[in-house]
Design a binder for this molecule. Structure first.
Ligand SMILES: [Fe+2]
Length: 300
């Protein structure tokens, strides 16, 4: 469920164009210096002192927010790609989250949040009443498209059941996605959703930990060559790969704890040109060997 928090100072950028008729949100800001701060898996608990796996999640998010605000220019937007809350998406978790991201809103920076399996829509809405209502509601899913100069960003909703690991888009969302991608034009499409792709294994009875309807998702995308990338979180393990049809798969690092201590946590600074998607990893630990790693992915 992407929820878009647009500071009052930026609301004049909202337009009512073709995308708006899809129930999508259009933000037509942007310049040559445009960049985007990509976060995932913040796992904020009500108690800002809470630690998990040796990590204080609130301290990590506080650090990331400060780093974003310390950049020379403000990002066009910040995204938190799911698992915003610690475990079950309590109202109190979102109260703490809200206070931690408030400095970004105070600085006039829009924030888009998607829902992961550790989020809960009801309590989330209570704490974010200023979420833009333009997001299309469809079978309990909330979807958005954000237009930027060189790409259209599509925020998907993969939350199925709160605190159950499996993700699912569902038929309604897949139909919406197919229609939407046909109507948004030829710019490269950059998609974000919380869960990773996972193809079914024949005969396996193991719980699906990724996106249960990956096959159906890929079927929709097979006729949409403008789709260039899918960003996801969930695994807490920064990585790059490609889908079977050849678009980029970017596994965002968690802001919060790691399942494998050797992997980096942190956030990605992204910029988009007509030719490339440029990504810079900002690690929580500045002495991590991957801190500052730059990755350039072709969009052509
Ligand atoms: Fe997570």
């Amino acid at each position: 469920m992407p929820v878009s928090l647009i500071p009052k100072s930026r609301r004049h950028f909202l337009q009512t164009g073709a995308l708006a008729s899809l129930g999508a949100l259009t933000v037509s800001a942007g310049s040559n210096d445009s960049w985007y701060a990509l976060l995932a898996d913040t796992h904020i608990d009500a108690n800002p002192e809470k630690d998990a796996r040796g990590t204080n999640m609130a301290a990590n998010l506080k650090q990331v927010v400060a780093e974003i605000l310390a950049e020379k220019t403000a990002p066009d937007f910040v995204v938190v790609n799911g698992d915003c809350a610690y475990n079950t998406g309590l109202k109190e978790d979102y109260t703490t989250l809200r206070s931690l991201i408030q400095p970004l809103l105070d600085a006039g920076i829009p924030i888009h949040l998607t829902m992961g399996n550790h989020d809960d829509r009801g309590p989330f809405y209570t704490l974010f009443p200023d979420a833009v209502a333009g997001a299309k509601e469809l079978e309990g899913k909330h979807l958005a498209v954000v237009e930027t100069p060189h790409a259209n960003w599509v925020f998907l909703d993969t939350l199925d059941i709160v605190n159950k690991v499996t993700g699912r888009l569902g038929n309604g969302q897949l139909e919406w996605l197919s229609r939407t991608l046909d109507q948004v034009g030829d710019k490269p499409i950059l998609m974000m959703g919380h869960h990773n792709l996972q193809y079914p294994k024949e005969g396996s009875t193991a719980t699906v930990t990724g996106l249960a309807d990956t096959v159906e998702f890929m079927e929709v995308l097979s006729s949409k060559p403008q789709v260039k990338a899918y960003f996801y979180g969930h695994t807490h393990s920064y990585a790059f790969s490609k889908s079977r049809s050849g678009f980029h798969l970017i596994n965002q690092p968690p802001v919060a704890y790691l399942f494998n201590e050797s992997r980096p946590n942190g956030w990605i600074k992204a910029s988009v040109s007509a030719e490339n998607l440029s990504l810079t990893l900002n690690c929580i630990k500045k002495d991590h060997e991957l801190h500052g790693e730059k990755t350039s992915l072709p969009l052509a």
